[in-house]
Design a protein around this ligand. Sequence first.
Ligand code: MN
Length: 715
Amino acid sequence: MMRQYELVERVKSYDPGADEAMLNRAYVFSMKAHGSQKRASGDPYFAHPIEVAGILTNMKLDGSSIVTALLHDTVEDTTATLEDIEKHFGSNIARLVDGVTKLSRLELQSDGTRQAENFRKLLLAMSEDIRVLLVKLADRVHNMRTLHFIPDPHKRRRIALETMEIYAPLAERIGMNDMKDELEDLAFAQINPDARSSVMARLDFLRNQGSGLVQRIIEELRKTVEGDGVKAWVSGREKTAFSIWRKMQRKNVSFEQLSDIMAFRVVVESVEDCYRALGVIHGRYPMVPGRFKDYISTPKPNGYQSLHTGVLGPERQRIEIQIRTREMHDIAELGVAAHWTYKRGGSPTDGKQYRWLRELLDILEHAAGPEEFLEHTKLEMFQDQVFCFTPKGEVVALPRGACPVDFAYAVHSQVGDTCVGSKINGRLMPLRTQLSNGDQVEIITSKTSSPSPTWEQFVVTGKAKSRVRRFVRLKKRAEFIDLGRAILQKAFRQEGHPFTEKAIAGVLRNFKCDSTDDLYAMAGEGLVTGRDVLVAVFPGLRQQPQKPPGTVVPLARARQNKAGSGTSIPIRGLIPGMAVHYARCCHPLPGDRIVGIVTTGKGVAIHTIDCDTLENFAESPERWLDVGWDVTDEAQELVGRLNVVIANEPGSLGSLTTVIGKNLGNITNLKITNRSVEFFEMLIDVEVKDVKHLSNIIAALRANPVINSVERARG
Ligand code: MN
């Protein structure tokens, strides 16, 4: 185990400005916090955070990262709290430790390997500071190095799979190739030990055959390149067992055929030298076709740059050669961490990098010190997305701003169509709530429920939007068809003609309709009138002038129909935004006598029969529609509007609302319209079951002394 002074010295050797006192405090704090806890290996637990810190010193990370590494398990695994950390180490360190703790908790929540790609993105999105991710990766490296101590084979396998599918690609993504190689090889040893040992045995055999081979090839390559006046550092290595095995799998070749198990690196001073070295090597050794790749002019998405080629090398061995500059090399090996090193001394690379890497370099150039650089290196990736969990731990990726309805549709169309509520992290929350990263979302569904047109105002995903729109369209059409049929029936009956589907089918062509439903829908929308259709069926009626519209006729006629002559169209459970809707002027309630007014293209507005607004339609009787309440629907709560005058004195408003509440009315809106020395006049919207319910409330209010007058609002 690394001693306290050793760790501090290592950090000071590359970061002289590091806060020595804080490093010492963190070392002691962590040791005390973990106390007598033991690792599966039998080592004191405290050895783990020190090892993690050690891994990060190899990457020459700043003092804050090292302090965070020392403290990374204290909040999750000991009695220490985030407040303790903040008190002793400041808000910056507390934020970093909190970040690592959150990532560790996600790990426990998810069966991540099933949705590796989304889980990787979630980890990236949650790591607002690149150092959080680096500490987490170093944590994983050490846990993998000590994986064999864990007794449960299933647990070992699960951790190894997770490493292979999530952490190794994540390391690669931020350019930490050394870390990626180590994670993959450790995971490989766990997941497929037989394959690994056969690869290793073969490697041993080749090693013994050509002893000193790697060294001889290195020498010859160096002479070849430098003979052309290019200064070069050449190194050689065997590929990792895992990368050889993967290549065998991917290319479906046997181990014997796969001879290029050695890879050599030629590191030169400039980009021009890269291409010169390539020319010399290709001139000297036969090139293996199909192996040349130019990642300098076209870098990999993670910013990796190099020239790759394969040749039959000095001893007729197939070898792989990578040619790159010093900076490309450091970035390839250490990724993001290398930028920090380059901050002091080197110059940033000028390649066409992946956007975020370019941004990193940009920050690098303008940041005042290494500390500031890392602090501003927020991971910009996936900031336009949020990642949430299903109750089973699956990750669902959504655009930022998404709500539970979007989540429901992302899970399944059926879930979206029937969702009625949502629990976010166990709490009941409105469907329009914006989701955050890591939220666990549970959707409550009801088989009888259907999408609400109001959802369209807050859903953000295309799928949710189109499903809601489609539903509204279908539902509207169904309503228009019902309405239109009723309108036509009424028109026929009034003229004393029988109404038959067959008669309607005969005139479809006159209206350019394909089906009777199409024609009904047109009539429902008010695009054709009942009389238009009647005249089409019975052309003889054309000459007869319609009865001159009288101003009082419609009202009178509507009144006559109160007994329910059978022509009225039943109205039930209206959804806002649909074809049939309640007029906002008079707030009709079940039990009120009502009439529908057809508005071309907009459907039918339902008014109470005594609504003042109806006077506006007195001249157009063809727009009036007899409607009645469908009594089979009970659960409906509707809004009634009251016009109230109360005494202007303390407590009067309180007693008003108490009376309404006691009578089970739910106030949804309240507006003071007039105010004098003695009285307030106001409009109150109350949710009630029906007109009787509202009448009860009105009676109770009238009995109250502070209330001067109560009326239902009309028009
Ligand atoms: Mn740990």
